[in-house]
Design a protein around this ligand. Structure first.
Ligand code: SAM
Length: 265
């Protein structure tokens, strides 16, 4: 019979995590202990974390907007800052009076779609990603919510029946400039697929395509929410404006989050 972790294991786990540079060693140790039914399993999880694997991939889940989102190796780990996009979506959709159509484009794990559904009440939820690993993971998270996950290149993945019907289009497309990827923390650089990070030479290659295509898919009065960074926001906003939408930019310093909002007329 495998032995459960020793009651005194917490101290040594915290010390090992701290020595490995984990800033939130106490919290991480608590999460690892809670998820490890046996001493052997705990040792495996701690060894992976100490070797530099992101905590969320070690655990197999991420806390995003208070939800437990399944994440798998090879899938982007949802970031706290993306909660701004979810908050803005909730503000726009709550009390819509009917079941709004929501699309989570470049969905990764489907965290955004899941959190928007939780914030806004019943929605017709679609998500899409080009990466089959992400699509599989998003189906785990969104299937139980009745969400449909499509695979393909941006809008090419979506069913034509959604043209002109989307009330809310949320996109956290890759926006890291190619040359900046090497400067990212090793947790992201070494454990997340490059295709989830790389936004091309100036970081805006995917965003420009999202912005250019949005108006065709949005319903009248529908909203595009496009995550970006503070220093890219003006260029992201210009791309959304060039796509024929009315533009504003929302910034949240506390989360270091920036979202460009585009509204269809
Ligand atoms: C920054 S991650 C965001 C994932 C998720 N929305 C989140 O916030 O956690 C970007 C995602 O875009 C996907 N992606 C990259 N290029 C794409 C494309 N051409 N079409 C669709 N998805 C794409 C990647 O596979 C990745 O899952």
């Amino acid at each position: 019979m495998p032995a459960p972790p020793h009651p005194g294991a917490r101290g040594s786990v915290v010390a090992r995590l701290r020595a490995a540079g984990c800033v939130f060693a106490e919290d991480e140790a608590a999460a690892l202990l809670a998820d490890a039914p046996t001493a052997e399993h705990l040792e495996e999880l701690v060894a992976r974390r100490v070797a530099g694997e992101p905590l969320e991939l070690v655990l197999g889940w991420a806390d995003f907007c208070g939800l437990r989102i399944a994440v798998e190796p090879g899938v982007f780990v949802p970031r706290r800052r993306t909660g701004l996009l979810v908050d803005l979506a909730g503000d726009r959709l709550r009390g819509a009076g009917r079941r709004p159509v929501v699309v989570d484009l470049c969905c990764g794990s489907g965290a955004v779609g899941a959190a928007v559904a939780a914030a806004a009440g019943p929605v017709e939820l679609h998500a899409a990603d080009v990466d089959p690993v992400a699509v599989r993971c998003a189906r785990r998270n969104l299937g139980p919510l009745g969400g449909r996950v499509h695979r393909g290149d941006l809008y090419a993945a979506l069913p034509a029946e959604l043209l002109g019907r989307v009330d809310l289009l949320a996109a956290n497309a890759p926006y890291v400039p190619t040359a900046a990827i090497d400067l990212m923390p090793p947790e992201a650089r070494d454990h997340e697929p490059r295709s989830a990070l790389d936004g091309g030479p100036d970081g805006l290659a995917l965003q420009r395509r999202v912005a250019a295509g949005a108006a065709r898919w949005l319903a009248p009065g529908g909203t595009l929410l496009l995550e970006t960074s503070r220093h890219q926001a003006a260029r992201t906003a210009a791309a959304v404006g060039a796509g024929g939408l009315q533009v504003s930019v929302v910034r949240d310093d506390e989360r270091d989050a920036t979202v460009v909002v585009g509204t269809a007329s």
